[in-house]
Write a protein that binds this ligand. Structure first.
Ligand code: HEC
Length: 397
């Protein structure tokens, strides 16, 4: 039997960090001991446990595991002391020594500043409607400094003492959603307390702010495709209502949903190739009236249809393709609801290959693959998205 390697321990450890804190917050709320902030139980401390450093610096992670090992043996010694009268003194001594010499990492490395909303969960569900609403609010209130593409290089931004960060980078994925919420609601200050970004809590409702966060992620995905041709950070298939039920991203608890293929169709570019496929659920998405293709007698029925301007616009933002050029594009999500692959409108007859994957580990890039949909699905399933945000894991398998 081989011992698990350190990297096998990191994800469970981060999940434990998160579960512990969320569990504590839920318990406080159940006992009516938690204050409420913006509609959800407020985190009561100025700091929280954070996994950021553990992810980056493996030596700190190793040290933490060793310290936890010391504590576990100390507890075991206490248990033995309770049961074994003659050895009690020795076992108690061992427990004390172990607890005293446990090699805890520096506290500052395991704690991060927290806000009352740090553990808030976005109620928007990354819906297409929220992304589109977020875009409206962003254009009105934020683009003057952060620029339409999120890069923050507008004349106004360049005149500020502190420049806005590039929102199209990995930044939004490194922060907890609840902490982004707090920044947008209450703004940011420099060390001397001077305002660097104004807060918007007076002008915007809570749902405006959650919608802004959804939009900024979708927008960062689109900017990433336009610039490097792939999604640098994982992006979910937006939740869309279809005539066969809601499609939205699976959360950690509900694995093994269906793979979804979205076919963006217009009257000029209807979905004309065979649509039924046991490996995935196909959804035809229209931006106005498009007739549902009828299946031939004896063939299984076409899966689903959605006619949604919001979904169309949200996918235009995510793919970085103008909405009038989107018809004919296909998108594929994995079983957890992450968008993984795209077939461009002008790219042949709809045959997929592994090179259509747009969201994957950099080492696994394979541009010249030609193996069809089976190969693509195998590659996608072999590398599920392990998404870590603010040192919190949001989706793991
Ligand atoms: C007056 C210019 C200005 C406006 C308007 C503005 N921002 Fe900012 N924003 C900034 C600056 C400057 C920073 C960097 C602040 C800092 O690091 O102290 C920033 C930082 C941010 C960050 C990064 C926070 C982090 O955790 O690092 C986010 C997210 C953000 N802004 C979102 C928004 C949104 C959403 C809006 C519109 C509701 C908005 N901003 C409006 C100037 C602006």
């Amino acid at each position: 039997m081989s011992l698990l390697s350190l990297s096998d321990w990191i994800n469970p450890l981060l999940i434990a960090f998160q579960d512990l804190q969320e569990g504590f917050l839920h318990a406080l709320a159940a006992l009516r001991l938690a204050q409420t902030s913006h509609g959800q139980p407020a985190w009561p401390f100025a700091q929280r446990l954070s996994g950021e450093v553990l992810l980056i610096d493996r030596s700190v992670a190793r040290q933490l595991l060793e310290a936890l090992g010391f504590v576990a043996i100390a507890l075991l010694s206490l248990a033995v002391a309770a049961l074994w009268r003659r050895g009690r003194i020795v076992m108690l001594l061992i427990a004390v020594v172990l607890a005293f010499f446990a090699p805890w990492p520096d506290r500052g490395l395991l704690l991060a500043p927290a806000e009352p909303t740090s553990f808030h969960v976005s109620p928007s569900g990354f819906s297409a409607a929220a992304i589109v609403h977020g875009k409206r609010v962003y254009d009105q209130r934020c683009a003057s400094c952060h620029a339409a593409d999120g890069k923050g290089d507008t004349p106004l931004a360049l005149s500020l003492p502190v420049s806005p960060p590039n929102l199209a980078s990995g930044l939004l994925w490194r922060r907890a959603d609840g902490e982004l919420f707090w920044k947008i609601a209450y703004g940011a200050r420099d060390r001397l307390g001077a305002t660097t970004m104004p807060g918007f809590t007076r002008q915007l409702t809570d749902s405006d702010v959650w919608a802004l966060i959804d939009f900024m992620k979708a927008n960062a995905a689109g900017t990433s495709i336009r610039e490097i041709g792939s999604w640098d950070q994982p992006v979910a298939l937006p939740a869309v209502a279809t005539d066969c039920g809601d499609v939205s991203r699976r959360t950690v608890g509900q694995r093994h949903g269906q793979r979804v293929r979205i076919i963006l169709a217009s009257a000029q570019q209807p979905a004309s190739f065979p649509l039924d496929d046991p490996r995935l659920r196909s959804i035809i998405l229209a931006n106005g009236a498009v007739n549902k293709p009828t299946s031939q007698p004896g063939e299984p029925a076409i899966d689903c249809m959605a006619n949604s301007r919001d979904a169309w616009q949200a996918l235009s933002i995510i793919t970085g393709i103008d909405s009038d050029k989107l018809a004919g594009t296909q998108l594929l999500s994995d079983r957890d609801g992450w968008l993984r692959a795209r077939k461009a409108a002008n790219d042949g007859n709809g045959n997929w290959s592994e090179s259509d994957i747009l969201c994957r580990a950099p080492a696994a890039m394979k541009k010249d693959a030609r193996g069809g949909l089976d190969e693509l699905i195998a590659a996608m399933d072999a590398e599920p998205v392990r998404f870590v945000k603010g040192g919190f894991i949001h989706a793991v398998r």
